[in-house]
Design a protein around this ligand. Structure first.
Ligand SMILES: [Zn+2]
Length: 307
């Protein structure tokens, strides 16, 4: 039975246990007359997600929408599978992501280039979603869950050009996707998620300010779960984005070799992430989601494009 955690206002987090790693990738169920699920997780977790939904009383005809913060494989990789298994559900996605769901060929080719053989075991292939099941939504769109409960799509680019956040009317919580980075509760540390090719630091920082301005009553990260109430994780997300950027920008004056930049980032942030380096299990989780090399590559491209 999949592990679940009940959160504010009836929201339930399902632990998808991607690649057998618990507390790494969450899918959030928002209850209502027309229930929504935020994120599908990767294709490899389709069975876990489906079992988790069933345990909550949500069968094939009961889910109205799967809402993706973005289409990276750890967030939306099961979209094609759930579209088939849940015939009444729309797949809700940013307009920039919609065409990749309809035809994942390009997305998958670039993912195989990044992840190589690891792709199939960790994420699995994204299957195409029928066009009439894809609902492309602009920021500001209100999804009606019935009974007065709504989800609002919030502009949240930076991590990717097609990234969005979602705010629940009932709880006031924002589902932030990857816009704040990766926070694994066992590690207790936040690491920026800044992958190529889209990552834009200024845009990502503006997103964090926008999220703060909405005065959220909770911040739920896909990786993984609610931000601790006693910590200002939004401020830490800003600080870490700037800090990583400063490290890479300085290192780029010596070399733009990616291995060099990744190693420099690892060295300079070693103390911040000591808890991770000391645990092979935590390191495996962070590397599956967001390796230093990917962070370095995202900043390198950002600084080069900007120049
Ligand atoms: Zn992610």
């Amino acid at each position: 039975m999949p592990k679940t955690q009940t959160l504010d206002a009836g929201i339930v987090a399902i632990d998808t246990e991607m690649a057998g790693l618990d507390q790494t990738v969450a899918a959030f169920v928002v209850p209502g007359e027309r229930p929504a699920v935020i994120e599908t997780g990767p294709a490899t977790v389709t069975k876990t997600l489906t079992e988790g939904l069933r345990a909550l009383g949500l069968g094939p005809n009961d889910v109205a929408s799967f809402v993706l913060t973005h289409i990276h494989l750890d967030h939306g990789g099961a979209s094609g599978d759930v579209a088939r298994l849940f015939p009444k559900a729309d797949i809700v996605v940013h307009p920039e992501g919609a065409r990749h769901l309809a035809d994942p060929t390009k997305l998958m080719a670039s993912a195989y280039r990044v992840f190589g053989d690891r792709l199939d075991s960790t994420f699995g292939p994204l299957q195409a979603v029928p066009k009439d099941r894809i609902r492309a939504v602009e920021p500001g769109t209100i999804l009606d869950l019935g009974g007065g409960r709504t989800l609002e799509i919030v502009e949240a680019t930076g991590h990717a050009r097609h990234h969005m956040a979602i705010q629940d009317s009932e709880s006031g919580v924002i589902f932030v996707g990857d816009s704040m980075g990766v926070y694994l509760p066992e590690a207790g540390v936040l690491r920026p998620a800044t992958p190529p090719p889209d990552f834009d630091m200024e845009v990502a920082l503006a997103t964090l300010r926008r999220l703060r301005a909405r005065a959220p009553r909770g911040l739920y990260l896909t990786h993984f779960g609610p931000a601790p109430a006693d910590r200002d994780l939004l401020t830490q997300a800003e600080e870490q984005l700037i800090r990583f950027g400063a490290i890479i920008e300085e290192a780029m004056r010596e070399s733009i070799d990616l291995d060099f930049l990744a190693e420099r980032l690892r060295e300079r942030t070693w103390d911040d992430y000591k808890a991770i380096h000391d645990s092979s299990e935590l390191l495996a989780k962070f590397d599956a989601l967001n390796a230093f090399r990917s962070s370095a590559a995202g900043y390198l491209r950002y600084f080069q494009t900007r120049a």
